[in-house]
Design a protein around this ligand. Structure first.
Ligand SMILES: [Zn+2]
Ligand SMILES: [Zn+2]
Ligand SMILES: [Zn+2]
Length: 981
């Protein structure tokens, strides 16, 4: 006999380069560098060449400031989609983009100029745009760095930019397409208007906040003979009573709308005045207005009032009474805030059923005014001051004028009642000031065929003072716009898939209710509306062919050319006004709405990247605010370009809120900055958080929530580390055991794995990342950590390295680790790739190049049998725990389990008899048949084996290995044999 054997060295302890401590703060940047050097994204794409494509089209974040937690969530979810589809075998390119134009950058640059004592108007527009361009470029660089740090793979070297020459050119061309199809007109219309920024706003650019307005009941004397309504009113002093919360719109009153089918009452009050209000609201009205008693002297349908005339309360003007279906008596639906003259739809019980109508200040007002031929009268200038002709209030700011108008009405006896009224009111999302509805000459995309041009069949132009002055003929328009954009959009919305499913209704409501899309902005940083006006005859040159010519110039020089070059260099050579032959033109000064910009991406990006992308995309994934924004404008753009939605599926996510569900804000101090989380814990933690939450609702994030995510991360990491440690020296090719020769518990582990693969792939397919996360988490913590790993530890450590028992467990471990790494890889991008490097025998350099294992049929019989074994095990573990607490035993290996069970259970357990001691992790087990299940714990028989710590009565029997048990003696003999061979 040679050297005495060092027993400790004969135990197969785990060994792996995959450390317990993650150190993500350092290891992630190192791995990112490695990915960049090896061209990982390009390798992934190359590996999928020729496969079916899956296109997630990136909604461009605004290139203004650093990314925040919401942007991080958005990008991570997109990365989940792209990576899961790639791992499913699709070619899934990711082309990130940036939204570069728009008011925020413009405002910022204006502020910077002001700091230097300069004004925007002092410098050429082209120079101003260059500064904006530089600002967007800098912000974009910062965001790209942050997004890449999150582990997101994509074409980061060549993202799409809405300010790039190709993109600006595509946007201009698409506007031409809208024109060609007859969707575009220019007209005087009320639009959201910010008097502070002095620009029109899109629906997406207003936000509703509480606001206090004066609420007033105003008398409009009836001019028509009241006997026409009812004989009982003959000779009476009759007034129509309106209610409004915007007294400043009264100078623009042109009419009063009543519902044709509602009942209206003429009520006589003590001082011999008769008021017409909706019958249902008569009592509430008289109480509010302070009339102790009233008498209803007539009741009639609103249709009786149609086309009668009232008098404006102080201006010498007729106010026409009209029948309108939009008049309500109840509370407004919050969702329809968008398209209505807010104050009257929200009237509820405060109203009178007689709606003050100012076509220059409201969408409903505009529509009914158009039906009745009312003038679209807007007496408010861009800065929010009344123009000179407004009697008594000329030059006054409208909000300052509100109380003065109320006083004036009181003094003139036309006011019945006034009070303060708190309500939801639209505010400018930039400057946070209340916005107004104001009629201005704007470019519109019409939603309905009949709403398009105010003149015959074409594009109408308006001169600077807002008077629609001329039009050009576009005979094709009417025909091509026969269905109308709204109807086409509604048809497409039904075809698109929505996740969550309520998105369909929400989007449909958006389109059902939305007014025509005002696409012009009185700003500089954007794509100019490529239209010219004849200086001689004011003809608008809005011609797709001319626009293509201009777009060619944009493609070479950016849209800055519009400002840098004179009209003659932008128009085709020798171009003459088709109406008067003049060759003297001026350029349109308005730019396109930024939502038109980003909406154009469905052609400007999806169709300009060679074979990489295609129209339509498979998925758009953004926050819920994009129903109003990008989803919305993209749908119109897709229809204009190809009569189709530009996406097959829409996925939306909620907002990130704090741990208590409150909005994150700097002033509360509850903001979780992604950069801080990354520095402290790693991007992996943010990613894991994004997977663990239900993103379809508002998502909570706080330090406490993140620390729980860190705990979960440790569990995933420990799972991988255990498996990798025990695969040390395992040669997949030569050491694997065929499944039918594996131990049953190892086959159970593989059946569980198949079950998990199916669940995870199902979750990924349905974009339910939380379900995938939960399946992986439960598999790691329950099936593996608490059961399988515990049980096979003895076998892995104690059996001879080459023994079939150990190889069987290793084969299962190998398959589990390999599959788990793939399944985790879309979420834990860094850790799965790190673990991948330690899996023996991998042929692909990164897990991300690999694909998911296909789910095999799950042996459910096996799973059911083992569920039964484990439920008995749970009872045994409980008894062992009690024995340990009672100091009856120390480690569970000191125990012998006496299990009593009914006849059937005993028979079931007999099949597992040999394995029960390993399953329970005790030294001995006896099973007895009895009446009910009972577990008794005794001290194990025999002596503790020095090598495996199990107790055995046979320790000492083996001459060569006197301190070990029979199992270890056999293992040692085999180890010696292998060593000497
Ligand atoms: Zn504003
Ligand atoms: Zn002309
Ligand atoms: Zn032993």
């Amino acid at each position: 006999m040679t050297e005495p054997l060092d027993l400790k060295k004969t135990v197969n302890l785990p060994k792996t380069a995959f450390s317990q401590k993650a150190n993500l703060g350092q290891s992630e940047p190192a791995r990112l560098k490695k990915w960049k050097e090896m061209g990982l994204y390009e390798q992934v794409i190359k590996a999928r060449q020729g496969r079916e494509k899956f296109i997630l089209h990136d909604g461009p974040p605004y290139a203004n400031a650093d990314i925040h937690i919401g942007t991080a969530l958005n990008k991570i979810l997109k990365d989940f989609v792209v990576k899961t589809r790639s791992m499913m075998g699709y070619e899934a390119p990711y082309v990130p983009g940036y939204d570069c134009h728009g008011l925020p950058i413009e405002t910022l640059v204006e502020k910077k100029l002001a700091e230097k004592g300069k004004n925007k108007n002092d410098i050429p527009v082209a120079t101003f745009r260059r500064i904006c361009r530089e600002h967007a470029s800098t912000a974009m660089t910062g965001q790209t760095r942050d997004f890449q740090r999150l582990g997101i793979l994509g074409e980061w070297q060549t993202p799409y930019l809405t300010m790039s020459p190709e993109y600006e050119s595509s946007t201009a061309r698409l506007f031409g397409k809208f024109l060609e199809r007859g969707y575009v007109y220019k007209g005087l219309r009320p639009v959201y208007w910010c008097i502070h920024d002095q620009t029109a706003l899109a629906e997406a650019e207003v936000e509703y906040k509480d606001h206090t307005s004066p609420s007033v009941y105003v008398k409009f004397p009836l001019k028509s003979d009241p006997a026409e309504i009812d004989g009982a009113l003959a000779g009476k002093n009759v007034f129509v009573v309106i209610w409004t919360t915007t007294p400043w719109t009264l100078p623009a009153n042109m009419g009063i709308a009543v519902h044709p089918d509602f009942d209206y009452s003429a009520v006589e009050v003590s001082d011999a005045e008769v008021f017409i209000v909706a019958s249902e609201l008569a009592k509430a009205f008289t109480e509010t207005a302070g009339f102790a008693e009233y008498e209803e002297i007539a009741r009639f349908k609103g249709s009786k009032l149609d086309r009668l005339e009232a008098k404006h309360p102080w201006i010498d003007r007729t106010s026409l009474i009209m029948n309108g279906e939009h008049v309500t008596l109840g509370e407004a639906d919050a969702e329809v805030e968008l398209d209505v003259r807010f104050e009257n739809k929200a009237a509820g019980k405060s109203g009178t059923g007689c709606v003050h109508t100012a076509p220059g200040h409201g969408a409903d007002d505009f529509h009914i005014g158009k039906q009745y031929g009312l003038e679209v009268y807007n007496p408010v200038d861009a800065a929010g001051n009344f123009i000179a002709e407004v009697e008594h209030f000329a030059g006054m700011n409208i909000f300052d004028a509100n109380p003065k108008i109320v006083e004036f009405l009181r003094d003139s006896g036309m006011l019945l009642f006034s009070e303060k009224y708190q309500h939801r009111y639209p505010h400018c999302w930039r400057c946070k000031n209340p916005v107004v509805f104001r009629a201005t000459p704007q470019w519109f995309v019409s939603m309905d065929p009949e709403s398009s041009p105010p003149s015959e069949g074409g594009v109408a132009a308006a001169s600077a003072d807002g008077v629609v002055s001329s039009s050009i003929q576009n005979p094709k328009s009417k025909i091509q716009n026969a269905t109308g954009l709204r109807q086409q959009a509604l048809d497409e919305i039904r075809r698109v898939k929505w996740h969550p499913s309520w998105g369909e209704g929400r989007m449909a409501n958006m389109f059902k209710g939305r007014p025509d899309w005002c696409v012009s902005r009185q700003r500089s940083w954007g794509v100019p509306i490529p239209v010219f006006y004849c200086q001689a005859c004011d003809e608008a040159i809005a011609d797709p062919k001319i626009i293509d010519h201009v777009a060619d110039i944009f493609a070479k020089e950016t849209a800055d050319a519009w400002y840098a070059r004179p009209e003659s260099e932008l128009l085709p050579e020798g171009f003459k006004c088709p109406k008067c032959e003049s060759s003297d033109f001026r350029k349109e000064t308005d730019i396109l709405d930024v939502w038109f910009d980003s909406g154009s991406s469905c052609v400007a990006v999806l169709e300009t990247r060679g074979d990489t992308l295609r129209f339509p995309a498979d998925v758009y994934l953004e926050g819920g605010d994009q129903y109003r924004g990008w989803f919305n404008s993209s749908l119109s753009c897709g229809i204009a370009a190809h009569d189709s939605a530009p996406y097959k599926q829409i996925i939306t996510h909620g907002w990130v809120v704090d741990g208590e569900g409150r909005k994150q804000s700097k002033s509360i101090g509850n903001v979780t900055a992604p950069q801080e989380i990354i520095d402290k814990s790693g991007a992996e933690i943010l990613r894991l958080w994004a997977a663990a939450v239900d993103y379809t609702e508002d998502v909570r994030c706080s330090d406490e929530i993140l620390s729980r995510v860190v705990d979960a991360y440790r569990k995933f990491r420990n799972t991988l580390r255990y498996a990798l440690g025990n695969l040390d020296g395992f040669d997949v090719a030569t050491d694997s055991v065929p499944e039918n020769e594996m131990l049953e518990i190892d086959r159970w582990a593989l059946a569980s794995l198949n079950d998990v693969i199916a669940k995870v792939l199902n979750g990924y397919t349905e974009y339910n990342f939380q379900a995938a996360y939960n399946a992986i988490y439960n598999f790691c913590t329950v099936a593996l950590s608490a059961r399988y790993f515990d049980i096979i530890k003895d076998r892995l450590y104690i059996f001879a390295p080459q023994s079939k028992e150990r190889r069987s467990a290793q084969t299962a471990l190998y398959k589990i680790t390999d599959s788990l790494c793939r399944l985790m890889s879309p979420i834990l991008v860094f850790t799965s790739d790190e673990a991948w490097e330690s899996i023996p025998g991998q042929t692909v350099p990164s897990v991300h190049i690999g694909e998911f294992a296909k789910a095999e049929a799950v042996d459910t019989g096996l799973l059911t049998r083992w569920e039964r074994v484990f439920s008995i095990r749970d009872e045994v573990l409980k008894a062992l725990e009690e024995a340990r607490n009672a100091k009856q035993i120390g480690s569970s290996l000191e125990a012998k389990v006496l299990l009593t069970a009914d006849a059937e259970t005993t028979r079931f357990l007999l099949d597992y008899f040999e394995q029960l001691r390993y399953i329970f992790i005790v030294s001995q087990v006896e099973v007895h048949e009895g009446d009910a299940t009972k577990v008794e714990i005794q001290k194990a028989d025999g002596t503790k084996c020095e090598r495996c710590w199990n107790y055995s009565v046979r320790v000492g029997e083996f001459e060569k290995f006197p301190t070990v048990c029979e199992r270890c003696a056999a293992a040692l003999t085999e180890i010696e044999k292998t060593a000497s061979a």
